[in-house]
Design a protein around this ligand. Structure first.
Ligand SMILES: NC(=O)c1ccc[n+]([C@@H]2O[C@H](COP(=O)([O-])OP(=O)(O)OC[C@H]3O[C@@H](n4cnc5c(N)ncnc54)[C@H](OP(=O)(O)O)[C@@H]3O)[C@@H](O)[C@H]2O)c1
Length: 299
């Protein structure tokens, strides 16, 4: 990436963020964000209530997993499987944003390695657990958190690690674009296998969290001054993921991009099946995951 395209990537990411912030401000003025509700969602609300109760009652067990390390992910999956806990929902939520150029333990550019490849491997290694827990009428779910920056992302298949000219903005947007392509391909594989598992993407909007700790100081200042008003609160930001994880409206439905608890279109490029397949194949090569695409979709 040349310095000019790096500057262009930064402008595009800030423009995408500003567009979301303006839409959120408008919505605040028109009444704000409402927790997903309605008859259909009473079950969903019940799950959320129980989750809240359990986390506040210390009934939750934590297992360490560093998504920037393939070894750590494999160790985590081993430990998790030993516990024989049914896995109904996997939310791929972790990320870093606009970090300086650095590598994961396995030598991948950090955004691509952690945000995308980390979740790619985690999901693939947990698929058998998800398949075992899901059943028709109560499918297990993979919810992958992307971002509006995917709309301005570019997938550089020949330089996925940004080694030629690094742009933190371009790298973050690329990782979020890769997650959408990954989810759609995963959904196609799951559907072709007749698996009781679905995969969807959740876009939280612009949320007032620590994700912004590496961004340009001017953006941090705006967050500090206006975040309480223009950004979603962490609770509001989580609603789309929670909705995707538990709503009966999405029973058996996958391959959707969800924003403000509604389906919307992702970038046109994300529907390109060849590109999805290429990215999947490269990701398998990079991480040692067996690529079942040939046997499942083309065999
Ligand atoms: N905030 C926004 O405006 C916004 C907008 C669009 C999309 N998103 C997406 O929303 C998701 C959540 O972000 P957030 O806003 O809640 O940011 P956040 O508060 O910074 O949370 C990021 C999470 O990622 C985890 N994480 C970072 N590195 C990790 C690693 N190596 N291994 C395992 N976990 C790691 C962090 O764990 P620790 O706390 O233990 O470090 C933290 O829980 C991300 O996917 C982000 O891209 C956020």
């Amino acid at each position: 990436m040349s310095p000019l395209s790096a500057a262009r990537a930064a402008l595009r990411v800030y423009a995408a963020g500003a567009a979301v912030v303006l839409a959120q401000l408008l919505r605040r003025c028109l009444g704000g964000f409402a927790e997903p509700a309605g008859n259909n969602d009473s079950k969903a609300q019940d799950v959320v209530r129980r989750l809240k109760e359990e986390t506040s009652n210390d009934k939750v067990e934590f297992l360490y997993c560093d998504l920037a390390s393939l070894t750590s992910i494999r160790q985590f999956v081993q430990k998790f499987k030993k516990k024989k806990i049914p896995l109904h929902v996997l939310v791929n939520n972790a990320a870093v944003m606009m970090v300086p150029q650095r590598k994961t333990r396995d030598g991948f550019e950090e955004h691509f390695g952690l945000n995308y490849l980390g979740h790619f491997v985690l999901t693939n290694l947990l698929l058998d657990s998800l398949k075992a827990a899901g059943r028709p009428g109560r499918t297990a779910r993979v919810v992958t958190v992307s971002s509006a920056t995917h709309y301005v992302g570019e997938l550089r298949l020949r330089d996925l690690h940004g080694s030629r000219c690094y742009s933190p903005h371009g790298a973050y947007a690329q990782s979020k674009l890769a997650l959408v392509l990954f989810t759609y391909h995963l959904q196609r594989l799951l559907a072709a296998q007749g698996s009781p598992v679905t995969a969807n993407v959740a876009d939280p909007g612009v949320v007032d969290t620590d994700l912004y700790r590496h961004v340009f100081w001017g953006t941090r200042l705006i967050q500090k001054m206006l975040g309480w008003w223009a950004f979603k609160t962490p609770d509001e930001g989580a609603w789309t993921s929670v909705y995707a994880a538990v709503t009966p409206d999405l029973e058996g439905i996958g391959g959707r991009y969800l924003y403000n608890e509604k389906e919307t279109k992702s970038l046109m490029l994300t529907y390109d099946r060849d590109l999805q397949r290429q990215l999947w194949a490269i990701s398998c090569q990079m991480t040692g995951i067996t690529d079942v695409t040939q046997d499942t979709l083309l065999g």
